[in-house]
Ligand binder design. Structure first.
Ligand code: ZN
Length: 455
């Protein structure tokens, strides 16, 4: 028996099936180079405008040779401290925190697919393939034809990718694959450590998609979530091409792609979920990946959607990402939690126990960080909030728990600080509305709109 029994040890997880003991090579990119050079731009920029409009946080700088670099003043390379917060990130993308949380809920409940339909079962193929050959072999044999099939009616993909100057990652500061846009007049640079492995081919598709997107957008920079969506779509284009043209390689590639999917949708989703609880959390580039990965899978299933239009859209890209539609996939989540009885008929202490139970079930459904607490700590936390009147449990019409939230309640703080808010069946916006109403009314148990019941 473990010393401390935690909720996470009790629950299986969903949207996490890719988790594995295998160590996967993560593809991370730093889109701009010379972070120290960026910092002066960051400070100047943030002083001038704390809240840039979407698509306007990008600036241009020059190096000693007067070459132009696309920079993101407050969005630094992966794993570096950032001058920006999650709140800035949401604003930049014109994203509502409730929409992102609902997308996460739909993903956890598997009503939002994280693998395109045509690649269902992808990852079970055990075939291994010999080395792929040189980077140029991989580019010419697979990437160029895969991308040409999608964009070839309007663009010369072979010509476009032949301009790329590939460098070994060792020359890159953090050793990760990364594309560098130096403007239209100069050859783009991609740092990539090529060893002829399947994972390298996926990385090559990803980085090549970045380059194609930059060219098709005529170097009008995309917000990072949209840009990574394009790069992930590039990986899916490669998968689709191999499925038809090279089934052996497809099977092997699919397996690696699935493992990487686990990384983006487990580790990075945990980061994002934690960051959404505190919007002052410093921005990290990894926060873009879960949303971009899911959006790419979703768009790939939409037959009528034009990838060319998205790749061309530059700073307007967010309007082409169906985030609201993805958030609405929570409508299909079945709430199997039991209904709560009418509290009038029961003693108060029983209501408290039921409240702790309802909160625990909601945290388990969400697989939230609270679900990782020890049982005693969890019980103490909720009962303290119950005593202080700083918890709200939202019930459906038939009194099944839909979501709950806790806040720190000091009379002089307006509005109170939300500590934890989960709605595993969707409706984070409604939960937020309930919280606002509750704080406005300042009366625990205040009766709200008829269709919404609060325990
Ligand atoms: Zn990327």
């Amino acid at each position: 028996m473990p010393k401390t029994l935690s909720f996470s040890s009790l629950t299986g997880t969903v949207c996490r099936r890719g988790k594995s003991a295998l160590r996967w090579r993560r593809i991370r990119q730093a889109f701009a180079i010379g972070f120290s050079r960026q910092l002066s731009t960051v400070r100047t920029f943030r002083k001038a405008a704390r809240r840039p409009k979407p698509g306007e946080v990008f600036a241009v700088s020059q190096d000693r040779d007067n070459r132009t670099f696309g920079l993101e003043p407050c969005l630094g390379p992966a794993d570096t401290a950032s001058a920006c917060t999650v709140s800035d990130w949401l604003y930049l993308h014109d994203l509502d925190v409730a929409v992102v949380k609902d997308i996460a809920s739909a993903c956890f409940a598997e009503t939002l697919r994280d693998v395109p339909k045509q690649f269902s079962g992808c990852g079970t193929d055990k075939r291994r393939v010999a080395e792929i050959g040189s980077l140029q072999d991989g580019l010419k044999q697979f990437i160029v034809p895969a991308f040409t099939a999608e964009f070839g009616h309007r663009y010369d993909i072979a010509g476009l990718l032949s301009r790329v100057q590939f460098e070994q990652s060792a020359r890159n500061r953090d050793g990760r694959p990364s594309p560098v846009d130096r403007g239209e007049e100069f050859r783009p640079v991609v740092s990539l450590n090529w060893n002829g492995q399947v994972a390298d081919l996926i990385a090559l598709a990803h980085e090549s998609a970045h380059i194609v997107q930059l060219a098709l957008s005529r170097h009008d920079p995309m917000p990072p979530v949209a840009r990574e969506t394009c790069a992930f779509l590039g990986e899916l284009l490669l998968l689709r091409y191999l499925q038809a043209q090279a089934p052996d390689l497809f099977g092997a590639l699919c397996r690696v792609w699935s493992i990487e999917n686990g990384g983006y949708l487990v580790e990075d989703f945990d980061l994002l979920w934690a960051a959404l609880a505190d919007l002052d959390t410093p921005y990290r580039y990894n926060l873009n990946y879960p949303l971009a990965r899911l959006t790419a899978a979703y768009l790939f299933d939409q037959q009528a959607f034009s990838l060319t239009v998205l790749f061309e859209s530059g700073s307007r890209a967010m309007r082409f990402l169906p985030v609201d539609e993805m958030a609405r996939q929570t409508d299909a989540i079945h709430n199997s939690l039991p209904s709560l009885p009418d509290p009038e008929d029961e003693p108060l202490c029983l209501k408290h126990y039921r409240s702790v139970g309802a909160a625990a079930l909601l945290d388990l459904e969400t697989n939230s960080s609270q679900a990782g607490l020890g049982l005693r700590e969890y019980f103490t936390d909720i009962t303290t909030h119950l005593k202080d009147g700083t918890v709200l449990i939202w019930l459906s019409r038939d009194r099944a728990p839909m979501g709950y939230a806790t806040w720190s309640g000091t009379p002089d703080r307006e509005p109170p600080l939300t500590l934890h808010a989960v709605a595993p069946f969707g409706g984070h916006a409604k939960l937020h509305y309930l919280l606002e109403r509750r704080h406005g009314a300042r009366a625990p148990g205040h009766q709200l709109a008829e269709e919404i019941q609060v325990w």
